[in-house]
Ligand binder design. Structure first.
Ligand SMILES: CC/C=C\C/C=C\CCC/C=C/CC(=O)SCCNC(=O)CCNC(=O)[C@H](O)C(C)(C)COP(=O)(O)OP(=O)(O)OC[C@H]1O[C@@H](n2cnc3c(N)ncnc32)[C@H](O)[C@@H]1OP(=O)(O)O
Length: 325
């Protein structure tokens, strides 16, 4: 009987919610949009933690669709009173039997790495490749404005989230990938020298927006941010720890367990005092964008539409396409 009830409840849950699939798996719960998988841990009625896993192949770039799904998922978690902590991480795993399809093939599907069954795969070892360059290249100003609004929205939601946010950085984390991480309250990075993190916009011939710069300054201090932003420094884990972009570096196979144990310590603090403190520390930075959001959108749309900027992006995309290894 109990088995039948459990089976029936699985069927009902799998029937789907308005926003995406929802499943019950061994006491844990999960819901998924196409590009973000959310798994919650902890017993019903008790404090629970959610793990948001990015799965936007091939490199978890922040496309408009991904940003939209991310915000929807985060909002759902904010509205769930049993959830107090959220871990951001990549679903990208080392998988065998992958074939990278020809670089000359242009569509999103074709750009992705696929397994031998033709299914899309994440490239391994990538937390997020940052903003989707194809959303900022060769489009029209209205698209740039829509895209930038979505980027701002995600940053504001994360930066001001009342939840305890942690990032478990299990791969490369350039630019917008670093943005996701530095909005969090705590960052733990895998100790793999192939993974780097930082704001490398200047290398692409573009400029980080003032609010991202402010977030960086608040994280690593003015002088370090000034230097790292101009040079577009991507820090390997040991250096990222030294400069303060991340709070801890641990062996790759311990990133998840370590993040869970740090989360437990943070959740021992009363929510109201921690949240008020967080707001006190962050509100002025966020307000600075809120009061000039529209101007920032217009600035972005006109900056990114410039021929010289489009040319820089084109060259960078070509460089990525033709790079070796
Ligand atoms: C006045 C001022 C007003 C406003 C401010 C103005 C402008 C501000 C805009 C500033 C904000 C920018 C923030 C950003 O996030 S910009 C994006 C920066 N990202 C990067 O530089 C990362 C680039 N990618 C990489 O370094 C590597 O791809 C990576 C290390 C992530 C993975 O390497 P790997 O070898 O595993 O894969 P690749 O073969 O390189 O990539 C696979 C395919 O994916 C494509 N790709 C990679 N990154 C992106 C991306 N960010 N967007 C879209 N597509 C991406 C790559 O080209 C490959 O494609 P194919 O060759 O297979 O076609």
């Amino acid at each position: 009987m109990a088995m039948a009830l459990r089976a029936a409840s699985r069927v009902l849950l799998r029937a789907g919610s308005r926003l995406g699939r929802r499943e019950a798996v061994d006491g844990a719960r999960r819901f998924a949009n196409k590009r973000v998988l959310v798994e919650t841990e902890g017993a019903a009625g008790a404090t629970r933690i959610a793990v948001m896993k990015f799965r936007n192949p091939p490199v978890n770039s922040l496309s408009l669709d991904f940003l939209t799904e991310f915000v929807i998922s985060l909002e759902k978690l904010e509205n769930d009173k049993s959830i107090r902590g959220v871990i951001l991480t990549s679903d990208s795993l080392k998988r065998g039997n992958q074939t990278k399809v020809a670089a000359t093939e242009k569509t999103e599907e074709k750009r992705a790495t696929r397994d031998h069954g033709g299914r899309l795969q994440e490239r391994p070892g990538i937390f997020s490749a940052g903003l989707d360059l194809l959303e900022m290249y060769g489009r029209n100003p209205a698209h740039y404005a829509e895209y930038w609004k979505a980027v701002q929205e995600l940053w504001l939601r994360l930066y001001l989230s009342s939840l305890t946010l942690m990032s478990a950085i299990n791969g490369a984390s350039p630019a917008g990938g670093c943005l996701l991480a530095i909005t969090c309250d705590y960052r733990i990075m895998a100790d793999n020298p192939k993974y780097t993190i930082g704001l490398n916009e200047s290398l692409l011939g573009i400029v980080a927006p003032f609010w991202l710069k402010d977030n960086y300054v608040n994280t690593i201090g003015h002088r370090a941010a000034e230097r790292a932003l101009q040079l577009g420094t991507l820090f390997p884990p040991a250096e990222a720890l030294k400069v303060g972009v991340v709070d801890e570096v641990v062996p790759e196979d311990q990133v998840h367990s370590k993040t869970l144990s740090v989360m437990a310590k943070w959740l021992a603090i009363p929510d109201h005092s921690r949240q008020l403190t967080k707001t006190m520390m962050r509100k002025a930075t966020a307000d600075n964008l809120i009061k000039q959001r529209e101007a920032d959108i217009q600035n972005f749309a006109s900056f990114i539409s410039r021929d010289s900027i489009q040319k820089s992006l084109h060259m960078y995309l070509e460089k990525l396409k033709h790079k070796k290894g």
